[in-house]
Design a protein around this ligand. Structure first.
Ligand SMILES: NC(=O)c1ccc[n+]([C@@H]2O[C@H](COP(=O)([O-])OP(=O)(O)OC[C@H]3O[C@@H](n4cnc5c(N)ncnc54)[C@H](O)[C@@H]3O)[C@@H](O)[C@H]2O)c1
Ligand SMILES: O=C(O)C(=O)C[C@]1(C(=O)O)C=C[C@@H](O)C=C1
Length: 356
């Protein structure tokens, strides 16, 4: 496997380490910072650095673009102009709408690993960063099915859980579970460092709860300015919602409503329990086989339909029929209930489907 990485920072470097260690891939990379390439080679995240983006991707089978969100569309387009025809290109940007709207090439699949750190640079890269992490993929109607399948398999081999989602849903969800938490962490440290200092004239000591809630405060501006701006409409909605919720709690406090305060706190515990439980879904793996026409977008449509219903595809394989007009998509789904749901959803799409 020949892989290329464009942008060898924390995420690009971690992909390089994991691809070399777990896939035995030969990894070439390029970054506008020669120092990043040098460190990536020294740390074993790249086999070699290339003198240009074009040279880095010239004979690649898969390319990961791991640049800041604002540079993704232009960089992906540049990669698409330089790769061989049978190469799949993906990115790792934390927001998806802008790059997916800008690039309509069947060889590109938007991506986003839900894993990372508050640190920056290849110095902090780790081969195990993606182990058991959801890795969102945003295929569209134009995505080539075989390339989507190749990428899905590679991500599984890196230890991740690839999950199809549409770009708009992705960005709205991430505003709530990633971008707002970063904003709130920044507010908490600002308030503790300034407002409380004014009152007591000394910086307060911070305990474990403060440290947990603010680990990501002031995370790498080289990527976060772009993330906040690219998702500003969804993030503003979340900020307004959070402000409203704070207002509701403020009202309970001003009314000294003990029952209301208890109910509010209990509801948070229950919400947290449900969120954590949803991550642990698993069970026996079922193989389903769907017969589909060999048309652009069919595999993407199936993956997105299941993703929307919360059914995760553990693994997939494509078997084209000799006449090339149709084929079979094999899907492996964990858990009895999700497998039943997948059968029903695939049948609703009009495709004959059965358990293998
Ligand atoms: N840090 C996280 O937790 C995390 C998690 C998931 C996804 N992401 C996404 O991954 C991407 C990279 O983030 P990171 O944390 O690795 O940042 P980073 O700062 O560690 O690395 C970014 C690298 O991109 C390079 N770069 C800058 N402009 C470029 C360009 N035009 N073309 C190619 N390379 C360029 C930089 O020189 C740097 O080496 C971002 O899109 C970010 O949204 C980050
Ligand atoms: O763990 C952290 O430090 C992160 O900030 C990782 C995190 C997140 O918010 O969970 C940050 C941005 C990415 O797009 C994905 C993951």
């Amino acid at each position: 496997m020949r892989a290329s990485i464009i942008g060898v920072g924390l995420i690009g470097g971690s992909i390089g380490l994991a691809a070399r260690e777990r896939l035995g891939a030969e990894v070439t990379g390029w970054d506008p910072s020669p120092a990043a390439v040098e460190t990536a080679c020294a740390r074993g995240a790249l086999d070699r650095g290339a003198g240009s983006l074009e040279a880095a991707v010239a004979d690649a089978q898969v390319v990961f673009v791991a640049a800041p969100v604002g540079a993704l569309a232009e960089t992906v387009e540049r990669v698409l102009r330089a790769i061989p025809p049978d190469c799949v290109v993906t990115d790792v940007g934390s927001t998806k709408r802008s790059v997916v709207a800008a690039v309509a090439d069947p060889r590109f699949v938007g991506g986003h690993p839900l894993a990372g750190a508050e640190t920056a640079g290849v110095e902090h890269a780790r081969a195990d960063l993606f182990q058991d992490a959801v890795w969102y993929l945003t295929p569209t109607e134009t995505t080539t099915g075989t390339l989507f399948e190749r990428l899905h398999r590679l991500l599984r081999e890196l230890g991740a859980k690839p999950t199809a989602i549409d770009a708009a849903t992705h960005d709205h969800m991430l505003a709530a579970v990633s971008h707002l938490p970063h904003v709130v962490a920044n507010v908490l440290v600002a308030q503790a460092a300034r407002a409380l200092e004014d009152e007591s004239e000394q910086l307060p000591a911070t305990g474990p709860s403060f440290r947990d809630a603010t680990r990501v405060a002031g995370a790498n501006s080289a990527i976060w300015t772009d993330i906040y701006l690219a998702n500003r409409d969804a993030l503003i909605e979340r900020i307004d919602d959070a402000t409203r919720r704070l207002g509701e709690f403020r009202a309970l406090l001003s009314a000294a409503d003990a029952d209301g305060v208890t109910a509010w706190n209990d509801a948070a515990r229950e919400d947290r329990r449900r969120l954590l439980e949803a991550q642990l879904a698993g069970g026996t793996v079922h193989e389903l086989r769907a017969s589909v026409p060999n048309e652009p977008g069919v595999v993407a449509r199936l993956a997105l339909e299941l993703g929307r219903a919360g059914v995760n595809i553990t693994d997939m394989a494509l078997y084209p029929a000799p006449n090339q007009a149709e084929g079979v998509v094999a899907l492996w789904i964990a858990g009895d209930e999700p497998a039943e749901r997948a059968l029903a959803l695939i049948a609703e799409q009009g495709f004959p489907v059965a358990r293998a």
